[in-house]
Design a protein around this ligand. Structure first.
Ligand code: HEC
Ligand code: HEC
Ligand code: HEC
Ligand code: HEC
Ligand code: HEC
Length: 319
């Protein structure tokens, strides 16, 4: 009997001492592919045009973030994608109707062969993209690059004008001229030092945000709440975006100030996490000790009962 009490207690103590299991959410169901642009006149007509147009549709735009985000040709170029072939007598009339009220910024974009690094240059590119990326447009126009008119949004984000892919710090290319670095046509070794510094600040801050988020998740799973820390951890997407917006100013002081604000919160998260973790550890040890003490007492009581039955009970002694 004593043995079984002891082993049951041991199991209880071990269960209490081991950390709780993490549960993983079930994977999302993949959705069936459909042509989201079946009714979009721009896509349907341009896809079948010879040369550059079909290349833009099939080889570039379809592999872009904009295709994924449901930004069609009209999102950038304007015009009317809802016209239907059966409403017009000729393809030309259909085209003219679709092309009406296209984005005038397009006409002011400078497309010439004398750009330093690309043949679409100038501030008008920023106004064109800035219809939707307004904050970044402002920062870019106020940056040394905006002033200079080059590099544009397209130079940094596009592989070809329409294959615009996910933004990452890898765009900040620190390779020199000999290795055909993307930033080196205009940046010599001296300014490249600042380029490297910006890249490092950006990468480190992004990593800090994500690591700190994991710590805060754990804190929350322990029932901990802190309004101050939630301002970062419950709005990671927005904070991340703001950092990336500010980055487009290419102003070291502005970027450093915002990075420092973030660091203050992530440091506070780490300290809080350590403190709460230590408190939980102490509490768990106390519980384990308590359980063991109770078990010991129970075993001792069991022993006494056994002793009484075996040696002191008159019935037992007679038999
Ligand atoms: C029925 C066919 C057709 C439709 C529909 C159509 N386009 Fe075009 N588009 C053309 C052709 C053909 C050209 C080549 C230049 C020309 O003939 O005007 C062109 C040229 C363009 C250009 C290059 C600039 C220029 O004006 O030359 C842009 C940008 C463009 N189209 C955007 C659009 C957008 C956005 C839509 C939808 C709102 C659209 N197109 C709908 C046939 C079409
Ligand atoms: C994210 C914005 C964006 C989207 C979406 C977009 N375009 Fe463009 N497009 C541009 C820009 C910027 C240029 C001018 C840059 C250049 O030609 O270098 C341009 C230029 C063009 C041109 C002229 C190319 C040339 O060589 O003269 C055509 C044609 C065109 N786009 C068609 C389309 C079609 C068709 C779609 C939809 C499948 C589309 N675009 C979607 C931004 C966009
Ligand atoms: C009609 C609105 C619209 C226009 C105009 C537009 N974009 Fe976008 N863009 C979006 C949307 C929506 C997304 C996806 C959501 C997001 O990340 O903001 C996106 C995503 C992006 C991303 C990826 C961001 C990331 O999180 O990695 C880049 C880079 C980008 N756009 C650059 C451009 C450039 C360059 C132009 C001009 C040639 C442009 N956009 C014009 C709406 C637009
Ligand atoms: C078409 C030329 C050109 C290209 C390409 C270019 N830049 Fe610049 N950049 C400039 C000019 C001009 C300035 C302002 C004068 C200066 O500081 O050299 C500048 C300034 C900067 C500054 C501020 C330097 C300081 O001392 O404050 C940074 C950082 C920077 N660029 C980063 C980049 C990165 C990253 C890339 C590559 C993605 C890049 N640049 C590509 C022209 C260019
Ligand atoms: C000198 C290069 C350069 C230029 C010019 C530039 N960008 Fe960026 N952009 C970047 C880099 C690098 C990142 C990613 C930063 C990161 O991952 O931290 C980025 C991030 C972005 C994002 C993602 C923002 C988010 O909320 O996550 C968008 C959208 C974007 N850029 C659009 C633009 C537009 C629009 C322009 C022109 C007005 C532009 N960029 C000009 C280099 C550039």
């Amino acid at each position: 009997m004593t043995g079984s009490i002891l082993s049951a207690c041991l199991v209880a103590a071990l269960t209490l001492a081991s950390p709780a299991d993490k549960t993983t959410p079930p994977a999302a169901e993949p959705s069936a592919p459909t042509d989201r642009y079946a009714d979009n006149a721009c896509v349907q007509c341009h896809r079948d045009l010879p040369g550059r147009s079909s290349e833009i549709v099939e080889l570039q735009w379809k592999h872009s973030v904009h295709y994924e985000a449901n930004v069609g040709c009209d999102g950038c170029h304007g015009g009317n994608p809802a016209v239907r072939p059966d409403q017009f007598e000729s393809t030309d009339a259909l085209k003219r109707a679709a092309h009406q009220r296209r984005n005038p910024e397009f006409l002011t974009m400078r497309r010439s062969q004398d750009g330093i690094v690309s043949n679409t240059t100038g501030r008008s590119v920023s106004y064109f993209c800035g219809k939707c990326h307004d904050q970044i447009k402002e920062k870019h126009l106020g940056s040394p690059h905006g002033d200079f008119g080059d590099p544009t949004c397209l130079y940094c984000h596009g592989q070809g004008s329409h294959k615009i892919t996910d933004a990452t710090p890898q765009i900040i290319d620190t390779a020199g001229r000999a290795e055909a670095g993307r930033c080196s046509p205009c940046h010599e070794a001296s300014t490249m030092a600042v380029v490297k510094q910006i890249k490092q600040t950006l990468t480190e801050t992004e990593q800090r945000i994500s690591e700190s988020g994991q710590l805060y998740n754990e804190l929350e799973s322990w029932g901990y709440r802190n309004l101050e820390l939630e301002k970062l951890h419950h709005h990671v997407g927005e904070v991340h975006s703001k950092l990336r917006q500010i980055f487009h100013s290419f102003n070291m002081r502005e970027i450093d100030n915002f990075a420092a604000e973030i660091q203050e919160v992530t440091d506070h998260t780490t300290e809080t996490h350590e403190l709460i973790k230590r408190q939980r550890e102490v509490r768990r040890q106390q519980t384990v000790m308590g359980v063991l003490a109770v078990c010991l007492l129970l075993s001792f009581a069991g022993l006494l009962v056994y002793y009484k039955h075996s040696f002191l009970d008159p019935m037992h002694t007679q038999a």
